[in-house]
Design a protein around this ligand. Structure first.
Ligand code: HPA
Length: 266
């Protein structure tokens, strides 16, 4: 594992022009964020030794390095999902590469279904916590102590100070920001209405098929994490049928503004 990680890291490092401390994973429909970056250098995942290659629709599958304001950041345009056939360890691999590249703060984003009935399609939800049901985890198997402990604490996996910063910027810029709990489901089928009722009773506000393995891996290695869900539909049972995901332009613009302002403020 370490040897493969080090080969990925060496390949990427040779193409960077500065030391990044911040990385972002762009969820479905949010890939445009990379357009805000100056002096961008693009590295296709397929060129990086041992890196998985994303097959999901709307996911470009490349790493973009560049600046937002004064900050040099790495952006993963496209990510890896369990439903594509990757193992949890494979999904965690890029996060460990980011850690070894010196990333201290990770922003994660996703498209999600809204469970909280006070939410509307197009809402942005700051992730305060998550619920994960299925058994597999990226940390299963021999622990690599160099990253973190065997049994790591998840009490503040979503860094409270980053949530405070997000709320402050959202208030200043007039961006509506929900906050809530994200339930991780395996997909690729959407949930049944009964599953959504269950998730709601258990305290979930939104549901999706990504992000949680990445957050677990990042938290294990001590990174600060900020997560945001873009509600592109009401979850099953709260709408007639999930046929159409609504990638509202206003929400995408608000996402870009919020995240870029947060990066500048770090
Ligand atoms: N469920 C799971 N994942 C999703 C949904 C949903 O309703 N919408 C977008 N990703």
């Amino acid at each position: 594992m370490m040897e493969r990680l080090n080969q990925s890291v060496a390949y990427i490092k040779a193409r960077l022009t500065a030391q990044p401390a911040i990385a972002l994973i762009l969820g479905t429909g949010l890939g445009d964020f990379a357009d805000l970056m100056q002096d961008a250098v693009t590295i296709p995942y397929g060129d990086i030794p041992h890196f998985p290659v994303s097959t999901a629709p709307y996911h470009k599958g490349q790493l973009v390095a560049g600046t937002i304001g004064e900050k040099y950041v790495l952006v993963m345009q496209g990510r890896f999902h369990y439903y594509e056939g990757y193992s949890m360890q494979e999904i965690g691999f890029p996060i460990r590469v980011l850690k070894l590249l010196g990333i201290k703060t990770l922003f994660v984003s996703n498209a999600a279904g809204a469970i909280n009935e006070s939410y509307r399609v197009g809402d942005l939800m700051m992730m305060t916590d998550h619920i994960k049901f299925f058994n597999d985890t990226p940390l299963r198997g021999q622990n690599i102590d160099a990253f973190g402990p065997r049994f790591n604490d998840m009490s503040t996996a979503y860094t409270p100070a980053l949530q405070g910063l997000a709320q402050k910027i959202a208030d200043e810029k007039g961006i509506d920001l929900q906050q809530g709990v994200y339930a991780y489901m395996p997909g690729p089928c959407y949930e049944t209405p009964a599953e959504i009722r269950m998730l709601g009773i258990l305290g979930a506000d939104a549901v999706g098929m990504s992000t949680v393995p990445e957050v677990i891996t990042a938290a294990h290695s001590g990174m600060d994490v900020f997560g945001i869900s873009f509600c592109v539909n009401m979850a099953a049972g709260l709408c007639k049928k999930i046929e159409h995901l609504d990638f509202s332009k206003t929400a995408i613009e608000n996402f870009k503004l919020l995240i870029s302002e947060m990066i500048k403020a770090l």
